[in-house]
Write a protein that binds this ligand. Structure first.
Ligand SMILES: *[C@@H]1O[C@H](CO)[C@@H](O)[C@H](O)[C@H]1NC(C)=O
Ligand SMILES: *[C@@H]1O[C@H](CO)[C@@H](O)[C@H](O)[C@H]1NC(C)=O
Length: 221
């Protein structure tokens, strides 16, 4: 009996680890529901009973983002939390609106590669490779119709360098790619990261760190 419990525990663990990384679906879809009332299967999240699934579950409308913020840019996510049908499908989308000079500040998606198309305006985009690769910067100026890819985990940014507004649509290779905005994690951490860590890491005085930690850091979403 004990062996049986052990096997069940190992299997449960293996299953939970596997479902943390955008597993391939074992059914056509697994529209997310909260809780089990109308749910039947578990595959990372509870899935709605397929018999109850409607066209509406696969649909979402996205308005242009409001760029009246310190970055002059707004990311509108369509991840699994916004579109429950994305659950287990390994894909998601974001719309990014930019005012002139607007910036989507340096950030990374820990779980997703991003492919982006400019549908309006002109963007200066780039990413930096890992330390092992020498932290090389790859940049490009993109016009309407141009496509660029940001490999999974690498820090990247987009800035509007045109005269008018700009719009980009991005697809990401995870239902929940996550976003880590570099300035925010360093200077807006809660509780704050010790200034002894940050002064040494950035080779600056405590005054500079104090200043940075006082900023509001809008972020990407
Ligand atoms: C689940 O609950 C959260 C928080 O109440 C809500 O925002 C979200 O829309 C719900 N999702 C679904 C699929 O019902
Ligand atoms: C955009 O955001 C600004 C600042 O928060 C706000 O004052 C304004 O009403 C918003 N505009 C729209 C159209 O929602």
């Amino acid at each position: 009996m004990k062996v049986m419990y052990f096997l069940v525990a190992v299997l449960a663990l293996a299953f939970s680890v596997a479902s943390a990384y955008d597993p391939s679906p074992l059914q056509d879809f697994c529209v997310t529901v909260n809780g089990t009332k109308d749910g039947v299967f578990v595959n990372g999240k509870f899935c709605k009973d397929p018999k109850l699934v409607k066209a509406e579950d696969f649909f979402r409308h996205v308005e242009p983002g409001n760029t009246s913020n310190p970055n002059g840019a707004q990311v509108t996510q369509v991840f699994v939390d916004q579109l429950p049908a994305l659950n287990t499908l390994g894909i998601s989308l974001a719309r990014v609106d930019f005012a002139p000079k607007g910036l989507n500040p340096p950030h990374t998606h820990p779980r997703g590669t991003e492919i982006l198309i400019v549908t309006e305006g002109t963007l200066y985009v780039g990413f930096v490779t890992s330390n092992q690769d020498g932290n090389r910067l790859f940049t490009k100026v993109l016009n309407k119709g141009d496509v660029f890819v940001f490999p999974i985990g690498l820090i990247h940014f987009q800035r509007n360098v045109g005269y008018g507004n700009a719009v980009a649509i991005a697809a990401l290779s995870s239902q929940n790619p996550g976003t880590i905005t570099i300035a925010n994690v360093l200077f807006k951490a809660n509780p704050p990261i010790s200034s002894e860590v940050l002064t040494k890491a950035f080779q600056v005085d405590k005054k500079v760190i104090d200043y940075l930690q006082k900023q509001s850091w809008y972020g990407n979403n």
